[in-house]
Design a protein around this ligand. Structure first.
Ligand SMILES: *Cc1c(COP(=O)(O)O)cnc(C)c1O
Length: 403
């Protein structure tokens, strides 16, 4: 502890864990300890004059929960502090956040470059939806800096990628790709779900906009959908604010309250899940029936140097290839006693996914092959169970699959 370090009531003097417990709290006249749920659609005014002033932006305060709501504001401020962003907005789901970040900024005639290794719905937005509205899209191998450079056109307005990507855990070098984007006058939008705000701070590496599915680690216990967009004041003012206010993908105040409580325990949960994921990745890598383990925290990850540069931990997702066909992998999944079969992730419960037949089923077989998503691939989202139980569960299920 530094002797001259001071903490004041200014939350920017607090460490991240403290910001996540206290940041953004707005106490009502009752002085409640836990944040209040303002489950209201609208607000009343003391006078017609006040209503007029509020609509002219001359009187600070709330009008309607599609625009803003006190519980949602608390969440937005808490995550904004953690991320070190100028502004933030919450949305009803992660996909609403991704869609708003992209469509609020781009118009017909513009061009977006995106990594091809994406969550299935993100890929739909870029590959199918954008072109329907006259926004050209180019998908590149996100690991290849020359591919990003070569994809730039005079009308390129944005780069978009996930790092680590779902489910292959491919990484994109945020700093290098941001340099290419900025030289071309484009902004960088990063989907930071897999890294979580605890392990990677994209804005510090050059990203302009960060999006989250708060549904995942920020809730962390599988209850509510939610999304977050973090960006500069200028981006929110010029693009995002009106898009969200007028199109209406607002987060429910109840969901915002669940997410606020989720943020309070996020560092504790993510640290524990990462520690277990690292143990499990090593156990799987040593198993004779596992042909490949992809984990950004291991030295044998193809981009381990990038992981060390921009992440402070390997994450809680481990992807691995079982040495067998679809029937073998299904026997393995069906034999698990603790880890549950699901397409979700970031939960306190360990969840396993077979991407080829679920989350990435929509992709053409050749696209799956290009991304390295084979029939043997399994994605494991490591939960908060005792790691010894998870290791025994995985080993026993592998034994059962190959019996
Ligand atoms: C889940 C997920 C999303 C979408 O979030 P929802 O809350 O389900 O809408 C977007 N990107 C990534 C990487 C995800 O894992």
């Amino acid at each position: 502890m530094s002797a001259d370090r001071k903490v004041t009531d200014d939350p920017t003097t607090w460490s991240p864990a403290t910001q996540l417990v206290h940041g953004g709290t707005l106490r009502s006249q009752f002085g409640e300890t836990s944040e209040a749920i303002f489950l209201t659609q609208g607000f009343v005014y003391k006078s017609a004059e006040q209503a007029e002033a509020r609509f002219k932006n001359e009187d600070p305060g709330y009008q309607y929960s599609r625009f803003a709501n006190p519980t949602v504001s608390m969440l937005e401020e808490r995550i904004r502090l953690l991320e070190g962003a100028e502004d933030s907005r919450a949305t009803g789901s992660g996909m609403a956040a991704v869609t708003a970040a992209i469509l609020s900024r781009l118009s017909a005639g513009d061009h977006i470059v995106s990594a091809r290794a994406l969550f299935g719905s993100c890929r739909y937005i870029v590959e199918d939806l954008c072109p329907r509205f006259g926004i050209a899209a180019t998908l590149v191998d996100g690991r290849d800096l020359d591919a990003w450079k070569d994809a730039v056109r005079p009308n390129t307005k944005a780069f978009f990628f996930e790092t680590p990507a779902n489910p292959t855990l491919e990484l994109v070098d945020i700093a290098e790709v941001s340099k290419i984007a900025h030289a071309a006058g484009a902004i960088v939008i990063v989907d930071n779900v897999f890294a979580t705000p605890m392990l990677q701070r994209p804005i510090e590496h050059g990203a302009d906009v960060v999006v989250y599915s708060a549904t995942k680690h920020i809730d962390g216990q599988g209850r509510c959908l939610g999304g977050l967009v973090l960006a500069s004041n200028a981006f929110v003012k010029d693009y995002l604010h009106d898009f969200l206010r007028q199109t209406g993908p607002a987060m429910s105040p109840f969901n915002a309250w669940v997410m606020l409580k989720g943020l309070e325990t996020l560092p504790v949960r993510v640290n524990a899940q990462c520690a277990s994921a690292a143990v499990i990745a090593d156990v799987l890598a040593a198993h004779p029936r596992i042909t490949k383990v992809l984990y950004p925290g291991r030295d044998d990850h193809p981009q381990a140097a990038i992981a060390r540069k921009q992440m402070t931990g390997g994450g809680q997702i481990v992807t691995f290839d079982v040495d067998g066909d679809k029937a073998t992998v299904f026997r393995f999944l069906n034999a698990l006693a603790i880890a549950r079969i699901s397409n979700n992730l970031g939960d306190s419960k360990s969840l396993v996914t077979h991407p080829a037949t679920t989350t990435h089923q929509r992709l053409k077989p050749e696209v799956r092959q290009e991304l390295g998503i084979g029939d043997g691939m399994v994605r494991l989202s490591v939960g908060l169970e005792a790691v010894d139980d998870l290791v025994v569960d995985l080993q026993s299920a592998l034994d059962a699959a190959f019996r």
